[in-house]
Write a protein that binds this ligand. Structure first.
Ligand code: NAD
Length: 495
């Protein structure tokens, strides 16, 4: 084991991990803990305090107190930015440990968080810290007869409920703009993967973020999660997760009239025209559907292939998928790690069964994968299915390394197939004809349309969804900072 692995292991094992509330590390008042499993081994990795309503209430009160008393909300944006830059530097400096924790907790091959999740999280803090310095908070309004301006203030306490697939990245994509805007936050990480969020709190302390500005309550969805969503002391809420739970969170927020941003699931399509480099596109899409074992909200899980290139494309995609080494996330040559939990493994296998019962057939056989020496891990083989667009596997989010492949004749048919989905998160179009690619990109209904690539992210480009994939403007855009500022008009009559 290298030193990062030793430190990661030492952090997660041992005494149950405590929550971070008001700058203190605290156990649950009930004394309860829950187990977090290593998806690659199936064994218990950590024990974590199980907070509930009481801890959520304490965290919201601590965040309220910090909002009014710590100076965070009122300090000049450039002073706050200095602290957030320090935090970003600490994330970078601890990236090996964070990547190890993320790999242990989620099962992902360690190169992935090391190469993307962790550095991108640090970059997110830098992006919003810098943007907040240059953003105009007071803007004059030119209206005859009045002297008027718009002033932007932080909301107060912002709640965040985070899913398990990219725990660290989504934590940072969520809270960085809220903090840069001057809010304080209460975070409820997913019960399957709370570990990197707790390590993050250590770094936040070290960066000098005042006590109570960041609070983390670990616990179950129906306990701490539901309690946060309905807490009347929250001023703004952000939920990332499934549409089913998103509805519940939105209902609770609706009752309190709290604005909520929903970042939900997806059933993205990739449209492949016959004028592309077929093998290069196949490799990229296999990369996308097997990234994080397919547990990626914006991945392309429906592949629409123009008739002429069908055989070459399927041949290449199948052989690339089969060449991936399925194994433990901590091993350097692992191409495909386990899915996050036994529950998720059953979900993926259940979809394969339901899909084939409804008439879909395998182009590449999927199923449970056995990894030598890791018999209790939650491994699944990558799979390709084909069949009717009405099949359950073509309609619902499987969240595993499974793509549903369909043929199309022409542009119109491809667009119709893409837009059959109730989701609206991210699609891609692949063509050598950029006029056609741009036309199709605009015709596909979703928050994001990518051309000749999939999963194209950059700070400054908003990423969000529509329809079943959520609402509220998304993340990563410049407007995301404004989302965390309430607007106030100040007006004086000149007559
Ligand atoms: P989930 O909805 O089951 O859980 C998400 C979070 O909600 C967890 O922290 C969970 O504890 C909490 N929760 C569960 N029940 C709750 C309740 N009753 N009240 C309040 N909180 C509750 O989702 P998941 O299985 O963790 O994540 C997978 C889903 O997230 C997929 O649908 C995926 O597409 C989606 N997702 C979307 C994005 C995006 O940016 N659009 C990003 C990542 C994941």
């Amino acid at each position: 084991m290298n030193s990062a692995q030793v430190e990661a292991k030492a952090f997660v094992s041992g005494a149950p991990l405590k929550m971070f509330i008001g700058g203190n590390w605290v156990p649950a008042g009930s004394g309860k803990t829950f187990e977090v499993r290593d998806p690659g081994e199936g064994s218990v990795l950590a024990k974590v305090s199980e907070g509930d309503e009481k801890e959520i209430d304490g965290a919201v009160k601590a965040a309220r107190q910090a909002f009014h008393k710590s100076g965070w909300a009122t300090m000049p944006a450039n002073d706050r930015a200095v602290i957030l830059h320090r935090l970003a530097d600490l994330i970078d400096r601890n990236r090996e440990i964070l990547a190890q924790i993320e790999s242990l907790d989620v099962g992902k091959p360690v190169a992935q968080p090391l190469g993307f999740d962790i550095p991108n999280s640090a970059a997110t803090f830098r992006y919003y810290a810098d943007l907040s310095v240059y953003m105009r908070r007071r803007e004059p309004i030119a209206v005859s007869g009045f002297e008027a301006r718009t002033v932007r203030f932080p909301y107060g306490v912002c709640g965040f409920i985070v899913p398990w697939n990219f725990p660290f990245l989504l934590l940072c994509w969520g809270i960085a703009p809220a903090l840069a805007a001057g809010n304080t936050v209460v975070v409820k990480p997913a019960e399957d993967t709370p570990l990197s969020t707790l390590y993050f709190c250590k770094l936040a302390e070290e960066a000098g973020i005042p006590a109570g500005v960041i609070n983390v309550v670990t616990g179950l969805g129906g306990g701490a999660g539901a309690a946060l969503a309905k807490h009347p002391g929250v001023n703004r809420m952000t939920f990332t997760g499934s549409p089913e739970v998103g509805r519940l969170v939105a209902e609770s927020c609706g009752r309190n009239l709290v604005p909520v941003k929903l970042e939900l699931g997806g059933k993205g399509a990739a449209v492949l025209f016959d004028d592309i480099d077929v093998e290069a596109a196949a490799d990229k899409l296999v990369g996308a559907i097997t990234l994080n074992a397919g547990q990626v909200c914006c991945t392309a899980s429906r592949w629409l292939v123009q008739e002429k290139i069908w055989d070459t494309f399927i041949g290449r995609a199948s052989s690339t998928m089969q060449s991936l080494r399925i194994g433990y996330g901590g091993e350097a040559d692992t191409g495909l790690g386990p899915v996050v939990s036994a529950k998720q493994q059953s979900r993926v296998l259940g979809y394969l069964e339901k899909g084939t019962k409804e008439g879909a057939s395998f182009l590449l056989q999927g199923g449970k994968a056995d990894v030598k020496g890791r018999e209790n891990g939650f491994y699944v083989k990558p799979a390709l299915l084909t069949g009717s667009p009405d099949n359950v596997c073509a309609r619902e989010e499987i969240f595993g390394p499974v793509a549903y492949v369909m043929r199309f004749k022409d542009e119109q048919q491809a667009i119709e197939l893409v837009n059959q989905s109730n989701y609206g998160l991210a699609n891609s179009v692949w063509s050598g004809d950029l006029n056609r690619a741009n036309r199709v990109a605009e015709a596909m209904v979703a928050g994001n349309s990518w051309i000749n690539g999939h999963n194209l992210f950059a700070h400054g480009i908003a990423y969000g969804g529509c329809n079943l994939s959520g609402y509220g403007g998304g993340v990563l855009g410049p407007d995301t900072l404004i989302d965390y500022l309430r607007q106030q008009s100040v007006v004086r009559s000149l007559s």
